[in-house]
Structures are given as structure tokens and as C-alpha cells.
Design a protein around this ligand. Structure first.
Ligand code: NAP
Length: 303
């Protein structure tokens, strides 16, 4: 039996692991992939204080090793469900095992939202991608489409110009949601062009993607764009499926917390992208993690 189980090993979970270890809590972090979560797939990070320029892989590895120094345990496994009783929180894993603790921090993050258009699933990994850092280099000298108008679409669109011949950003409005500094960079980049007021209707190909069908939502004009790849950045969905039936989610599936990261269930805390928050950044996830670990410590101490 652990004092604390942390579900998810991104920046929120890893920081909670550091703070819990420092507080002498017997702590386990459960993560289905590598340490770092989405941070692992970020090529360049320039807004984490103290690191003017680093990579997602470097920062992930550094946080992970930092956490291990405080004797927090790490387990690579996927969570199937969670059962809460007044004093004991049990986490069931897809491999059939289960682990229990006095308190729980949920740090399971979010995953890319799908467009749900014909061809998206069929050509996944064959021209359809949700990760420019992972797949960008395959598109050297090629033409690619990026979908979305937020920070991710614009930042990753700029990144793709390192490899691609041309990058077309398809956005459903005529104004970007992305931060002004990113917009300025994008507008100054000759390899980037914008297709405004437009949505993707279909992704077409043979063995891999060859064309993207785009509709202008104002004129209803449809065009077929020759493209070797399409990178989809239309937001994220919280990873909370395994929490169905536990009354801590809002309508959109995000976890509601108070200012101490506490959910409606005593002894259950949530941090980072999975939480209902206004800013989803590495630094905010890390801050959430520190606060949640201290809150968990006080909760356990009061039992
Ligand atoms: P986001 O801010 O939610 O933006 C999603 C974009 O996709 C929006 O432009 C939205 O259009 C569009 N969209 C949503 N559903 C769509 C659909 N079905 N079809 C077509 N377009 C659709 O998501 P994000 O850019 O991934 O960013 C997520 C969070 O991470 C944000 O808080 C962001 O600030 C943060 N982030 C920060 C950085 C950084 O600081 N460098 C980098 C990446 C991400 P509308 O604009 O019309 O709604």
C-alpha cells in the first residue's frame, strides 16, 4: 500500500513525484509511455524558466531523473479504472494488477482531438500525423497541410518549414487563435501560407496521402490540394475515460478542482492538462503538481 499514487508521468505528474518524495510519502507514478508525456514530443521548448532553449526529450529526462533521486517509484503500465472508498484508492491496470494508496493525484493529460473526416483513420501514419516533431523529417522537400489556428498549429507549422517545400495552414476562421508572437513569426515565413475560412472534408490517397479536400465555409467552394501529408492540431481531449462513473468531471470531460488541486472526492487531486484550467503549459502543469503533492501530504497527515 502506497501513501500516494500519481496517474501520469508528464510534467505535472513528475513534479508531484518530486514534491511527494521530498515529503517522504511512499509514492508510485504510473505512466503508460515514456516519462514526460506530451512534452516528450515537443522538439524545442523556449518558455520553461531557467532553460532558454531545451528539447522536450531533455527536459523530460531531467525531470524524471530528478524525481527518482527522491525515491518516488515509477511503473510503466496503463490504468483501466479507479475505485474509491473513503480511506483507500485502488487503481486497476490493464495487465490485471492493482495498486492502492491513501491518496491519488490524476495527471493523465490530454490527447490530440481528431477531425473525424474520411481518410483520417485510413491514412494515419501514412501521411496523417498529430506530431510534427515525430514525423516532420519524413516530409523533406514535400508539400504539407496543417489544420488549426491555435498555438500548436502555428508553432508546428513553423517547425515543418524546416523540412517541407511548402506548408499550408487551413483554419476554419479568418483569424488565428495563436499568440501574437507566433503569428508574427508565421506571417514572416515565406514557406507558410494560410487558407482561411476553410475546413478539411476528406483526406485522399492511394498508399499514402496525396490530396486534401478543403471547403470554404463562406463560399462553399471545394478545392483539392495536392499534399503529401496533413498535420492535425485542432485541440486536445482529456484522458479521463478510465474515470467514467467517478463524479469529478465537467461536461467536457475535464476534472474540476479547487485552488489546492483537490477534486470533489476527498484525497483525490488533479493536475495539468487533464484539469479544468485556463492555461495548459509545462510550467503550469509543474506548478499544479507541486501544489497537489503538498495538498496530498496534508490530506494523508490528517487521516
Ligand atoms: P487550441 O488552442 O484549442 O486551438 C485549437 C485550434 O483548432 C483552434 O484554432 C480551433 O479553431 C481549431 N479547431 C478546433 N476544432 C476544430 C475542428 N473540428 N475543425 C477545424 N478546426 C478546429 O489548441 P492548441 O493549439 O493545441 O493549444 C492547446 C493549449 O496548449 C493552449 O492552451 C495553447 O496555448 C497551449 N500551447 C502553448 C504553446 C506555447 O506556449 N508555445 C504551444 C502549443 C500549445 P477556433 O480558433 O475557430 O476555435
Amino acid at each position: 500500500m502506497y501513501d500516494l499514487i500519481i496517474i501520469g508521468g508528464g510534467p505535472g505528474g513528475l513534479t508531484a513525484g518530486i514534491y511527494a518524495g521530498r515529503a517522504n510519502l511512499k509514492t508510485l507514478v504510473i505512466e503508460k509511455d515514456l516519462p514526460g508525456g506530451q512534452m516528450q514530443n515537443t522538439l524545442e521548448i523556449d518558455n520553461y524558466p531557467g532553460f532558454q532553449r531545451t528539447t522536450g526529450a531533455e527536459l523530460s529526462d531531467s525531470m524524471y531523473r530528478h524525481m527518482l533521486e527522491f525515491e518516488t517509484e515509477w511503473k510503466q503500465a496503463e490504468v483501466k479504472s479507479v475505485e474509491l472508498t473513503e480511506k483507500i484508492k485502488t487503481v486497476y491496470l490493464t495487465n490485471g494488477d492493482s495498486v492502492s494508496a491513501k491518496a491519488l493525484i490524476i495527471a493523465s493529460g490530454a490527447q490530440p482531438r481528431k477531425l473525424n473526416v474520411p481518410g483520417e483513420q485510413e491514412f494515419a501514419g501514412r501521411g496523417v500525423s498529430y506530431c510534427a516533431t515525430c514525423d516532420g523529417a519524413f516530409f523533406r522537400g514535400k508539400n504539407v497541410v496543417v489544420v488549426g489556428g491555435g498555438d500548436s498549429a502555428v508553432e508546428e507549422g513553423i517547425f515543418l518549414t524546416r523540412f517541407a517545400l511548402s506548408v499550408s495552414i487551413v483554419h476554419r476562421r479568418n483569424q488565428l487563435r495563436a499568440a501574437p508572437i507566433l503569428q508574427a513569426k508565421a506571417f514572416a515565413n515565406d514557406k507558410l501560407n494560410f487558407i482561411w475560412d476553410s475546413v478539411v472534408e476528406e483526406i485522399i490517397g492511394d498508399n499514402k496521402v496525396t490530396q486534401v479536400k478543403i471547403k470554404n465555409v463562406k463560399t462553399n467552394d471545394v478545392q483539392l490540394l495536392n499534399s503529401d501529408g496533413i498535420f492535425i492540431y485542432v485541440g486536445f481531449l482529456p484522458n479521463t475515460n478510465y474515470l467514467k462513473g467517478i463524479d469529478i468531471l465537467n461536461e467536457a470531460g475535464y476534472i474540476e478542482t479547487d485552488e489546492n488541486m483537490a477534486t470533489r472526492k476527498p484525497g483525490v487531486f488533479a493536475v495539468g492538462d487533464v484539469r479544468n484550467t485556463n492555461l495548459r503549459q509545462i510550467i503550469t502543469a509543474a506548478g499544479d503538481g507541486a501544489l497537489a503533492a503538498v495538498s496530498a501530504y496534508h490530506y494523508i497527515d490528517s487521516l
